[in-house]
Design a protein around this ligand. Sequence first.
Ligand code: TTP
Ligand code: MG
Ligand code: MG
Length: 455
Amino acid sequence: MQPERRRWIAHLDMDAFYASVELLRYPELAGQPVVIGAGRRHQPVLLPDGTRRFARLRDYTGRGVATTATYAARDLGVHSAMGLMKAAQRAPDAILLPVDFDEYRRYSRRFKAAVAEVTPLIEDRGIDEIYLDLSDVPGAQEPLGHDPLGGVRAVAQELRNTVRRATGLSCSIGVTPNKLLSKIASELDKPDGLTVLTLADLPTRIWPLPVRRINGIGPKAGAKLAALGVRTIGELAAQPRATLIEHFGRAYGGWLHDAAHGRDDRPVVTHSEPVSMSRETTFERDLHARADRAALGAIFTRLCEQVAADLQRRGYAGRTIGIKLRFDDFRTVTRDHTLPAPVADAKSIRRAAGQCLKRVDLSRRLRLLGVRVGALARGGSAAPALAPASTHAGGWRAAAAGTSDELPFDAPADAPTDAPGQRRDALGLRGGTQAQAPQAAPVAARAPDTQAPSA
Ligand code: TTP
Ligand code: MG
Ligand code: MG
C-alpha cells in the first residue's frame, strides 16, 4: 500500500552567520569569543611576523551595537543588538571585528545557490535563512530501515552537507509539516543541528517552550499572555479558542489558538517582492534640528539619495514616503505621506520626506534618522508589488524589524553606529563643516513572515 504523502517543510538558518563568515577569513579565531559590529577603524592589523592584531571589546568606545556574536561570546552573555560597551562589560577580552555586508551577501547568495541544486522550492527569508518545501524531493517520503522519517532526515542532512561544501559554514535545519513549526524546530538544536518533528511531537517538544518562540508572538502579545498566566505554548494550547478571541480579537485570537496547536498551511512562496526599501543611520552623537541643521539636512538628503539609488538599481518605485526619527530618550516616531503616483528619484523622495518632517516636534535631540519608500511598484508604474498593510501608516516597524519577532533583513535594521565612514562624518559634523553622509545599511523589507494578524 502506498503510504500517505506527507508535507515536509524545512527552515534552514545559518549559525552565527556574520561571525562565521568572518571566521573563514580569520581561522585562528575559531572557538574564541568574537563579536561583529564595529567600523573599519577596528580592522585587524597584519604584523611583520605574519600574525594579526585584533581589536578587543574592552578598548571599544562608541555607540555601536553587536550584529551577532560567536557561540563562545554568547556563553559570556553577549547577543545581537546589545550595545558594544555593555558587551564589553560582559566579555572584555572578546575580539571585535568590523561588519562587512558585501561579504555576508556573497555568502548568502552562495549558500542559497547551493541549496537550489537540491530543490528549487525555496522561500528567501533574509540574509541567512530560507524555507524549503521538501515534500517532493526524491526520497523524502521513503522510510529508511526502521526510521519512518529516515528519508526526509537524509534529505535534510544532504542539505547541510551541501551548504558546508559550498561555503565552509554550518547551518541548522528544522523539518516539520509546516513553516510555523519548522521555524521553531530549527532553533531547538542550534548550532549545527537537525530536528525533524511531526505533529505527534507537539506535546513533548513544542508545548514546553515559552510562547515567544512562536514567530508572530511579539513582546506585546507575550506580556498580555503572561498577564493571563499563559507562559508556555502548551498553556496557550490549553486555552479555549473563544477565550483567546475574547482577549485578542477574532483574527489574532484565532491565530494564536491554531499556532499553539501547530496548525499552519501557508505555502512556501518561491518569489517574494520587497514591500519597502529604507535607509537609516544612528549618529555618533545626538544632533539637534536647529543647532545641527546643516549637518542633519545633508544626512537627510543623502539618505534620500541612497534609497533612490536602491530603488533604481532594483527597478522599483514607491508611493508611500516615510521618515523615522529616534530621539535622545529613545522614543521613535514615524510619519508617512502617500503620493498620487510612484516615484524613485531622490528629489521627489526628499520633498515628500520633508513634508513628513514638518509634522514632527523637533525640540529634542535626535539619535537616528531614516527614510523609507513603501507601496512599491515595479518599473515605476507597472503592476503593483505585493503591498500588505505593513506598507502603510505604522508600517515602519514592520519594515525595520519584520514582524515583532522576525528580522527579515538583507542587512540589520540598524546600521552599526560606527559603520565604515561614519565616524569621520561625525567628526566632520562636530567641526561644523559640511557633513559627508553616513553610510547607512540598506534594508529591504519583505512581507512579514507570519500569518499572524496584528494584535
Ligand atoms: P540570526 O540568524 O538571527 O542570528 P545568527 O545567524 O547570528 O545566529 P544563530 O546561530 O542564532 O542563527 O541573524 C542572521 C544575521 O543577521 C546575524 O549573523 C547578524 C544579523 N543580525 C543583525 O545585524 N542584527 C540583529 O539584531 C540580529 C538578530 C541579526
Ligand atoms: Mg542565523
Ligand atoms: Mg536568521
